[in-house]
Write a protein that binds this ligand. Structure first.
Ligand SMILES: [Zn+2]
Length: 228
């Protein structure tokens, strides 16, 4: 990514890691620290992520936990929730009002985050009819989101033969987000996990009679609700 990431984008990323659905597994393996996970998600070096975490700590938004891990302070959590809610409302406006695709909306919303006042966001939300979810399935209201997390799992946690419907798509990786839509994997789509390759690198699913192979990284970013 060409531009630097803002405080809000870091908070958004830490928020995502702080309230995981299943367990977000970075590609590096091992037992990574928060700064390396944040760095991986934002595509920046570990050093710059570490610097930013220090700044967030100095601003009282992040603190060191029992095991020296970085966690959101109560004010950091409030601000992060505010940021993600705003982000999701802007995404709804971009897709519902300006005609952008869901794949395009995430990155534009990141760029626009600082452009609107809180009052503008609330007016936008009203005009849109208080949408329940962003185009990628994430609830606009973070309280609802956190309650729903317990009902969802990444596709990687399903056993072969299990059926599920897609509820949310990981949206921090723009290429991956486009891949989901290019391959018809969107919120509301029902699928069945058919097979998992040795080494858990590939997940074969069927949807509407079509068989499709989903790589491990994509499968970890497809959050589904198991069929009753
Ligand atoms: Zn979204």
């Amino acid at each position: 990514m060409a531009h630097g990431h803002s405080t809000d984008e870091y908070l958004e990323t830490i928020y995502f890691l702080a309230f995981p659905i299943g367990e977000y597994k970075p590609t590096g393996g091992g037992n990574p620290t928060l700064s390396s996970r944040v760095a991986e998600m934002l595509g920046v070096s570990r050093a710059s992520a570490g610097e930013m975490l220090k700044r967030l700590e100095a601003d009282g938004l992040v603190e060191r936990g029992e095991h020296k891990e970085a966690i959101l302070t109560p004010s950091g959590r409030l601000r992060a929730e505010h940021v993600v809610r705003k982000h999701r409302i802007i995404e709804c406006w971009l897709t519902g009002f300006l005609g952008y695709t869901a794949g395009e909306a995430h990155i534009h919303a990141d760029d626009l985050g600082d452009s609107f006042t809180d009052d503008m966001i609330e007016r936008m939300n009203e005009k849109l009819g208080r949408p329940e979810r962003c185009p990628h399935g994430w609830p606009v209201e973070t309280e609802f989101e956190q309650a729903e997390n317990h009902e969802l799992a990444p596709l990687t946690e399903l056993a072969p033969g299990e059926r599920a419907s897609i509820v949310r798509l990981a949206e921090h990786d723009g290429d991956l987000l486009h891949w989901f839509y290019d391959n018809g994997l969107a919120p509301g789509v029902e699928l069945e996990l058919r097979a998992v390759s040795p080494g858990r690198r590939e997940f074969t699913v069927t949807r509407g009679g079509t068989e499709q192979v989903v790589g491990a990284k994509a499968a970890a970013g497809l959050y589904v609700r198991r069929a009753a």
